[in-house]
Write a protein that binds this ligand. Structure first.
Ligand SMILES: Cc1cc2nc3c(=O)[nH]c(=O)nc-3n(C[C@H](O)[C@H](O)[C@H](O)COP(=O)(O)O)c2cc1C
Length: 201
């Protein structure tokens, strides 16, 4: 099948991309508006883009009506966020936080979650997550104003919290973290079926 992007609408492109780029890790991002109302939302367009300095990237798309997501609006008011890692045990709560609540309503309470203060940024961490990154906004790039146009959020990680039971001499005990990934639609993957392969050289 040959598919020229010029012949496809945004929904068709979305379906092709999320079906091809799998599994995607999930950034569970907490931001704050200037009145102190928290927003919490999952983003699977997410990766690490630099180690030295440590920088994460995630991408909130414009909503189907073309409006900006609360995460982006909040970052314009308070340029800090926490990025919480999603384990299997919090996946139901994570899903609830993708609900399109009004801007003044927080997904934290709505999903039955609670927060813990951060050390270096204003948005708090999600207490039920086991790894948290405190981040400062480095850059926010915009790729147009159409529905589903992306915004690339780049954040410097300035503080990391790891639950003691996951931490082993500088490494993460990934089998205990039990992270999940997003596939397409309502489908997720676990990290339970892993294998090793030797590197060449
Ligand atoms: C697992 C999961 C991953 C998601 N990933 C993205 C994403 O990468 N980009 C995006 O714009 N929306 C994504 N969404 C939808 C947002 O979480 C949802 O629109 C949420 O309400 C964010 O909007 P807000 O910033 O206005 O709260 C995802 C939803 C789920 C359940």
């Amino acid at each position: 099948m040959e598919l020229a992007i010029a012949d496809l609408d945004a929904t068709a492109i979305y379906k092709l991309m999320v079906g091809s780029i799998q599994p995607r890790p999930i950034a569970w991002v907490c931001t704050r508006n200037h009145q102190g109302v928290l927003n919490l939302a999952p983003f699977s367009f997410f990766t690490l883009v630099s180690v030295n300095p440590p920088i994460v990237a995630f991408a909130p798309l414009r909503k189907p009506d073309g409006s900006e997501k609360d995460t982006v609006l909040n970052l314009q008011e308070c340029p800090e966020f926490t990025l919480n890692i999603v384990s299997h045990r919090v996946v139901e709560a994570m899903n609830k936080t993708s609900a399109p609540l009004a801007r003044g309503d927080s997904e934290v309470g709505f999903a039955g979650l609670s927060t813990t203060p951060s050390l270096a940024v204003l948005p708090p961490r999600i207490a039920q997550a086991q790894i948290h990154f405190e981040c400062r906004l480095r850059d926010l790039q915009r790729f147009g104003d159409e529905p589903m146009a992306g915004r690339l959020v780049l954040g410097d990680i300035i503080q990391v919290h790891v639950a003691d039971e996951l931490y082993d001499q500088g490494r993460i005990r990934t089998e205990k973290l039990d992270a999940v990934g997003r596939m397409a639609g309502n489908t997720y993957s676990t990290t339970r079926d892993t294998f090793d392969i030797d590197r060449p050289g």
